[in-house]
Design a protein around this ligand. Sequence first.
Ligand code: TIU
Length: 228
Amino acid sequence: MNAVRADPYEFEFDPATSALLIIDMQRDFVDPGGFGEALGNDVSHLRKAIAPTKRVLDAARRAGMLVIHTREGHRPDLADLPRNKKLRGRLKSGIGDAGPMGRILVRGERGHGIIDELAPIPGEPVVDKPGKGAFHATDLDAMLKNRVISQLIVCGVTTEVCVHTTVREANDRGYDCLVLEDCTGSYFPEFQAVGIKMIKAQGGIFGWVSDSARFLEALAGAKGTARA
Ligand code: TIU
């Protein structure tokens, strides 16, 4: 067992039964010139998560941990796009329309792809999800159960949307989630702060929160002590 210094108390995990889950680090959300920026968002808030996530990804790969990536997006025929999601926001250019990096959030388009810095390597499953949560309408739960995974180390964007939805879904399915704060990001700094707080409140109502440095220390075998 390894122990990560975390809030509300230390997170004990076994790398053999844990997976690193990297949520939606896609060009359309994170890269300058993508859909997220076209909507008026400042992507620099999300880009801060890239370097620490890369360090965690490299370490997880070295440790032989299962790494799973997710992408939010839809079939090119949009048959899996709910009407409410298509209409939401009254956007001039919305999901399925031509965007700055191809059709917006459509599988196979450049903007839908994971950023080069965190590109999956062979053997790392990529889960294509039509919703915000990574369990809704995907085979993620089956993949985890088949590999006897019970704990998830969670990185990705955005904190209050896809990360939160996924952590809530995972928690209800019996997975322990450790969210690495500096490996997540929101377009809205106040949502980042409160989103992280909400996970660890009430004794860790949805999971635990730590950061990349503490996780790397634990993965290297160092035993930590719980933060006050
Ligand atoms: N991945 C994810 O969070 N999808 C979103 O649409 N997030 C927003 O914050 N819009």
